[in-house]
Design a binder for this molecule. Structure first.
Ligand code: ADP
Length: 758
């Protein structure tokens, strides 16, 4: 069995003091072995709390604490033998030096210094504490100093006597023991609050309290406890166990109520919970907790702030969310509305697109038809125009179509298709007037809606529809193409319709222009051919006259000679003379006829005008283009800058160029396809004459023919007339110029003619 003993003077002391008691109990209580377990105050609490002890022997204060906390219960109270006296109670002294001038009563202690054993020592401090509180002195608040020295208590007595402290407190009996041991002179000690108690002979300043109890742990069986209690009560004062324990034995357990009262009053031990703590004590006692709590509070405050902020944010975002939700709802509503409109629009647009597609298909078909009509080489212009207008009527879904000629302010309906009622014709005329006036494109879906036209040439047209576009010939508005109907447009006219209308008008303008150009070219060619014929005739007449003049003169001379001969021979044959006279007269007449013919042909006057020589050259090349292409001949023209115009007969000069080019084409027949080249150089001489050189990559002339080149009828070609060069020379010379054959610096043959400037 373990007996936990409070070893307030150390383990050794405890073992020495109480081991005999354990041995005594081992002897007295059969079947049990008792042993002493020395413990400090803390050790005691810890062992009891873990139920590791069977019996507890501790001081009065500690017992009350353990009784309260762990249910230990006392079996006996120690009967102390001190200075040959036995007693079961004890108290404490509060003392000062006998000569201390200020201290007489306990209440005087305030403001002085005090030394005690320990704050937890029951006899060594707590008893005195209670008395001081009763005297109105709080040792922790009112003293100048309060220190605790621990055991032995003798040190406290010495310290007070030495004057280190004003007041000391020790367990009762200590002073008497020290005096008996001659350690102190008790006369030098003054007791504060001294009390007198019956049956308690020692000096004491406090109430008395029961001595140490011997207690059992809660778990220790009652029977065993009884046996131990009985053994203790039977312990003899003279026994080893009693002696060593400075005891006279054990008595029945006393009342420990006063101890409870002390604890309750001081609010310590089991009554600590009653303490109304001072700030400082609380701080001292609970500093880590307070700091921890403060930190926690701060953390909580911070957390609360954060939560608050988060809440604010949440409520803000909630309101934002609500706003957003409202907005989204509105947006959804408007989206739904929009969707509906969109769907309607999409439907409309789809219908529109379908219509556009259909119209595109129609347009495509029409464009193809227009292309076929306008490019068909088998149809005449008139047929093509007719077909085009019909196609337009079909495409625009119009009743009537016409072409209109606009000339010098006169607007006249020309070709008509589906011409109907007079009303329609009159309407067409008005629309034509308006189209001519604006000189552009006009589309009227419905005349009844076309307010803008009220003041125009179309005023008075009550209903109907029309499309019209002008065309240009040589940059001049010269007509228009027109579609009309007495009904409003059967379909909406689109940009594509306008494009197709303009395309038709452009085609018509282009065709008319081309026809005009062709007509002019034809006219020009005819003129050139006429001039060419005249020149040829003139040149031939000159040649013939030149050739016939001599024989005719000879005939005349011979006839005159014959007449003279007849006359000499006697003029006998009148018939012969007459015949010879007639021969002479007819020869003369023939000569005169030829002379007159030549003069008649030569009389043709030059039609001089001022123009650029390049124009004649371009016209000649253009006229021969087909032949040049057929013969795979390339023509390069080089023209010097800033040449002056010439004053000449445009057609005559063009004929010269044509003659020279024709000769070059003939000469190039013998050349291979890649080397057929004609070069035309136009330049001016130092004296301001225009020089035109037409050379070719052909073989040129044999040297012996050069002399006769320009003679009429000189030709080296099987079907040649030999008139070209002689006509050309006549023309050039009649303009005051010259023409000659030459080889250029690269040895190429060519002809150069010059013409005087204007
Ligand atoms: P034709 O062409 O009818 O023969 P021309 O008076 O125009 O009459 O030409 C006379 C001759 O001059 C030609 O037959 C030809 O021999 C010669 N001739 C003219 N031009 C050239 C030329 N570019 N190259 C070679 N010979 C030419």
């Amino acid at each position: 069995m373990s007996i936990g003993v409070l070893a307030f003077r150390g383990e050794q002391d405890a073992l020495e003091r109480w081991s005999p008691t354990a041995e005594y109990l081992t002897e007295s209580v059969a079947d049990y072995r008792f042993r002493i377990v020395p413990l400090t105050l803390e050790g005691m609490v810890s062992e009891v709390s873990r139920d590791r002890l069977d019996f507890i022997l501790t001081n009065t204060g500690n017992y009350v604490v353990l009784e309260n906390a762990f249910g230990i219960s006392r079996l006996a109270t120690l009967k102390v033998r001190h200075l040959d006296k036995d007693f079961t109670q004890f108290g404490a002294v509060i003392f000062t030096r006998a000569d201390h001038p200020e201290l007489n009563e306990i209440e005087d202690i305030a403001g002085h210094s005090m030394l005690a054993v320990s704050q937890n020592a029951f006899g060594g401090f707590q008893m005195a504490w209670r008395e001081m509180i009763d005297a109105g002195v709080d040792p922790f608040a009112d003293l100048r100093a309060l220190d605790f020295s621990g055991f032995p208590q003798d040190d406290i007595v010495h310290a007070v006597l030495a004057g280190d402290y004003d007041v000391g407190t020790v367990r009762s009996g200590t002073l008497e023991r020290m005096a008996a041991d001659k350690l102190i002179d008790i006369g030098k000690i003054k007791l504060l609050g001294a009390r007198q108690s019956e049956a308690f002979p020692f000096l004491h300043s406090t109430r008395l309290y029961p001595e140490w109890p011997f207690a059992k742990a809660r778990k220790t069986p009652e029977i065993l406890a009884q046996r131990v209690a009985i053994a203790l009560l039977q312990l003899q004062p003279e026994s080893e166990a009693a002696r060593k324990a400075y005891a006279a034995g054990w008595t029945i357990p006393l009342d420990y109520g006063p101890v409870h009262e002390l604890f309750r009053q001081l609010e310590i031990g089991p009554y600590e919970y009653l303490k109304r703590p001072s700030l400082e004590s609380v701080w001292r006692e609970y500093r880590p907790w307070i700091i921890f709590s403060l930190v926690m509070i701060l953390a909580l405050i911070a957390l609360a702030a954060m939560i608050g902020r988060a809440n604010r944010r949440i409520s803000q975002s909630e309101s934002r969310y609500r706003d957003e939700a409202n907005q989204r709802k509105q947006a959804q509503e408007s989206l739904a509305a929009h969707k509906e409109t969109l769907e309607t629009r999409v439907r409309e647009r789809t219908a529109e697109l379908a219509e556009v597609n259909a119209s595109l298909r129609r347009s495509e078909a029409t464009l193809r038809a227009i292309h076929d009509i306008t490019t068909d080489p088998d149809r005449s212009f008139e047929t093509r125009l007719d077909d085009l207008l019909r196609e337009g009527c079909r495409f625009f879904q119009m009743q009537f179509a016409a072409t209109v000629v606009i000339r010098d302010g006169d607007v006249r309906l020309d070709k008509r298709v589906n011409s109907g009622a007079e009303e329609l014709q009159a309407m067409a005329q008005r629309v034509a007037n308006e189209v001519a006036r604006i000189s552009g494109t006009l589309t009227i879906q419905d005349f009844s809606d076309a307010d803008a036209l009220a003041d125009s040439g179309c005023a008075g047209i009550a209903s109907g529809s029309a499309l019209g576009a002008t065309y240009q010939v040589e940059d001049e508005t010269s007509g228009c193409i027109l579609f009309c109907d007495l009904q409003p447009g059967r379909r909406i006219f689109t940009d594509v319709d306008i494009d197709i209308l303009q395309l038709m008008a452009q085609w018509l303008g282009g065709e008319i222009e081309r026809a005009e150009i062709n007509r002019r070219a034809q006219e020009h060619r005819a003129q050139l051919a006429h001039v060419s014929r005249l020149n040829t005739m003139g040149e031939m007449a000159t040649g013939i006259a030149h050739e016939l003049n001599q024989p005719l003169t000879a005939i005349l001379n011979y006839s005159n000679g014959c007449l003279r001969l007849l006359h000499k021979q006697g003029d006998s044959n009148a018939e012969l003379r007459d015949a010879i006279t007639k021969v002479g007269a007819d020869a003369k007449r023939a000569g005169d006829i030829i002379k007159r013919l030549r003069e008649f042909i030569k009389r043709g006057e030059l039609k001089r005008e001022s123009f650029e020589i390049t124009e004649s050259i371009e016209a000649a090349v253009e006229m021969l283009r087909r032949r040049l292409l057929q013969n795979e001949i390339s023509v390069a023209t080089h023209c010097a800058a800033n040449l002056p115009p010439i004053l000449a007969d445009r057609v005559q000069i063009e004929q010269v160029v044509v003659n020279l080019l024709l000769n070059a084409i003939d000469a190039l027949q013998v050349c291979g396809p890649d080397s057929k080249r004609i070069e035309i150089e136009i330049d001016s001489s130092a004296d301001g004459h225009i020089l035109v050189t037409i050379s070719d990559s052909g073989p040129g002339l044999p040297a012996d023919t050069v002399e006769r080149l320009f003679d009429p009828f000189f030709t080296t070609k099987p079907d040649g007339m030999g008139m070209g060069l002689s006509i050309s020379r006549s023309i050039v010379e009649s303009h005051g110029g010259t023409i000659e054959y030459q080889l250029d610096e690269r040895g190429r043959p060519g002809f150069r003619f010059s013409l005087p400037p204007t």
